[in-house]
Design a protein around this ligand. Structure first.
Ligand SMILES: *[C@@H]1O[C@H](CO)[C@@H](O)[C@H](O)[C@H]1NC(C)=O
Ligand SMILES: *[C@@H]1O[C@H](CO)[C@@H](O)[C@H](O)[C@H]1NC(C)=O
Ligand SMILES: *[C@@H]1O[C@H](CO)[C@@H](O)[C@H](O)[C@H]1NC(C)=O
Ligand SMILES: *[C@@H]1O[C@H](CO)[C@@H](O)[C@H](O)[C@H]1NC(C)=O
Ligand SMILES: *[C@@H]1O[C@H](CO)[C@@H](O)[C@H](O)[C@H]1NC(C)=O
Ligand SMILES: *[C@@H]1O[C@H](CO)[C@@H](O)[C@H](O)[C@H]1NC(C)=O
Ligand SMILES: *[C@@H]1O[C@H](CO)[C@@H](O)[C@H](O)[C@H]1NC(C)=O
Ligand SMILES: *[C@@H]1O[C@H](CO)[C@@H](O)[C@H](O)[C@H]1NC(C)=O
Ligand SMILES: *[C@@H]1O[C@H](CO)[C@@H](O)[C@H](O)[C@H]1NC(C)=O
Ligand SMILES: *[C@@H]1O[C@H](CO)[C@@H](O)[C@H](O)[C@H]1NC(C)=O
Length: 393
């Protein structure tokens, strides 16, 4: 990237060229393509990684503050699995002690092209088996992004979550194929498809996910978000939360619509989870709608859990201060792996309000009578009769 280096010293020239310039990247002789990829993101309006080209990212990749950049990824971006390096150098986040390889942010960004983002997770999956607290980086984080489109991309073998959207607005993912697979006995744990945090107006659609944790998870302060047409296999479902984990924090998840999602061999289907107990936080979950969710061999097809990660005694002594309101489960159909097909467990004293269950058609995959569990729920809707112990209005 001699050109990029020259341009860095001629700011006016850079400005005039940057508007139109297309740059095609080829592997750097240094073995680390992070510096040239980062520079191209700032200097070129279209950054092309051609089919057959693999960029090796061996150092942390800060691509924030871009504007009007199109990354045309036809080839592969691979994150070199040097665990020693990443433990000392990845970008750190306070929230759940997370870290990331790559921050991508700015205004009017497009990432597409039919190529692959490879987290090279196998070394991480195996290292996790030796160290259960090993911090594994999130593959790609959209950070402080506005008007961002990510489409027609494959993502494979993330060491941890594949996608985080943090402090961003108007971000759309479309036609993404996610696949986390281990070739050893050590599974691809915590490989969430997407997590959203402090973000507004996120759309995730038309994608196929094969992973080992939440397919999509709406973390604190996710608003006005739509998820549709996903095919999730092996996941932990589409989850609101977990929320209320941190003392003195107030978490909001509001205006989330999820429709036409198929979940196969998953731990959960539609799930809302919030912490309880001493020294936790608080929050509000409001206007969440799940419609047309098809489950196939799912352990907990419908779940509200306001005692998440909290034992029964601690939950009773200090019920969750994350309140739920205006929740709709519409048309959840298919099979559960066991006999309990829906569990709505709320904390007492009006902490769950206006919970609606319509058109629930769930049965145990091996036959028998489906069981429905509920606690402290004031339930509206046609399927109220399925939950005999609930208060209904
Ligand atoms: C991995 O990274 C560490 C720390 O940056 C470095 O010392 C080491 O040489 C790297 N190992 C390989 C195989 O590149
Ligand atoms: C999002 O970014 C902020 C600011 O850097 C950080 O405090 C927070 O922990 C990040 N969130 C996540 C989920 O990583
Ligand atoms: C980070 O991890 C440490 C040690 O595992 C833990 O004590 C701490 O509570 C975690 N912090 C957050 C913010 O989750
Ligand atoms: C496990 O990994 C964490 C970093 O993620 C590190 O702090 C800790 O020292 C490691 N433990 C062992 C036994 O290596
Ligand atoms: C959202 O982003 C898309 C793609 O960049 C853009 O076309 C659209 O105008 C943006 N919407 C708003 C409200 O900014
Ligand atoms: C989806 O993305 C793949 C590349 O990952 C591409 O081959 C395919 O044409 C795209 N489909 C649509 C409908 O855009
Ligand atoms: C969420 O938004 C509310 C209202 O703006 C704010 O008070 C709270 O601190 C935010 N929480 C997080 C986790 O960012
Ligand atoms: C939720 O949507 C309603 C209706 O569009 C809107 O009035 C409200 O401001 C939205 N809430 C948030 C937190 O954006
Ligand atoms: C609920 O959220 C959806 C977006 O997910 C929004 O379109 C709708 O207006 C919201 N409804 C209310 C009553 O706020
Ligand atoms: C749900 O499925 C029904 C029946 O296929 C269809 O009529 C309806 O439009 C779907 N609703 C949504 C929100 O996708």
């Amino acid at each position: 990237m001699i050109l990029a280096r020259l341009l860095a010293f001629v700011p006016l020239f850079t400005l005039s060229l940057a508007q139109n310039q297309g740059c095609t990247l080829t592997p750097s002789p240094t073995g680390d393509d992070a510096p040239q990829f980062r520079a191209a993101g700032h200097d070129c309006s279209v950054v092309t990684i051609s089919k057959g080209t693999t960029l090796n990212i061996a150092t942390k990749l800060d691509m924030t503050g871009l504007s009007n950049t199109h990354i045309n990824l036809q080839g592969t971006i691979r994150f070199n699995p040097n665990i020693t390096y990443w433990l000392a150098n990845s970008f750190q986040f306070f929230f759940q002690n997370q870290s990331t390889f790559w921050l991508l942010g700015g205004t009017n960004l497009v990432l597409n092209g039919g190529g692959t983002i490879d987290g090279a997770g196998q070394a991480w999956y195996d290292a996790l088996a030796r160290n259960s607290t090993l911090q594994r980086p999130i593959t790609m984080t959209i950070f402080q992004g506005q008007n961002v489109v990510v489409e027609n991309i494959k993502m494979i073998n993330g060491p941890n979550w594949f996608n985080l959207v943090n402090e961003s607005r108007n971000v759309t993912y479309r036609n993404i194929t996610i696949n986390a697979a281990s070739t050893s006995a050590n599974g691809p744990h915590n490989t969430d498809g997407w997590d959203t945090y402090r973000s507004d107006n996120v759309v995730i659609k038309d994608s196929v996910i094969n992973n080992g944790d939440d397919c999509v998870s709406f973390k604190p302060n996710t608003t006005n978000t739509i998820v549709s047409n996903l095919d999730c296999t092996g996941s932990h479902g589409i989850s609101v939360g977990s929320l209320g984990q941190y003392q003195d924090m107030f978490d909001i998840v509001e205006n989330v619509t999820v429709f036409n999602v198929k979940l196969t061999n998953a731990q959960n289907g539609a799930r809302i989870k919030a912490w309880a107990g001493a020294n936790v936080g608080s929050g509000i979950v409001k206007n969440i709608t799940y419609t047309n969710i098809t489950v196939n061999n799912v352990d907990n097809p419908v779940t509200i859990d306001q005692c998440y990660m909290t034992d029964q005694a601690a939950c009773s002594a200090n019920p969750s201060n994350t309140f739920l309101q205006d929740i709709f489960f519409n048309g959840i159909t298919g099979t559960g792996s066991g006999s309990t097909v829906a569990t709505l467990k709320c904390s007492p004293d009006g902490r769950c309000n206006n919970i609606n269950v319509n058109g629930l058609k769930l049965s145990p995959k091996n036959g028998g009578t489906p069981q429905f569990v509920c606690q402290n729920v004031v339930l509206n809707g046609n399927s109220a009769g399925l939950f005999p112990k609930c208060t209904t209005t």
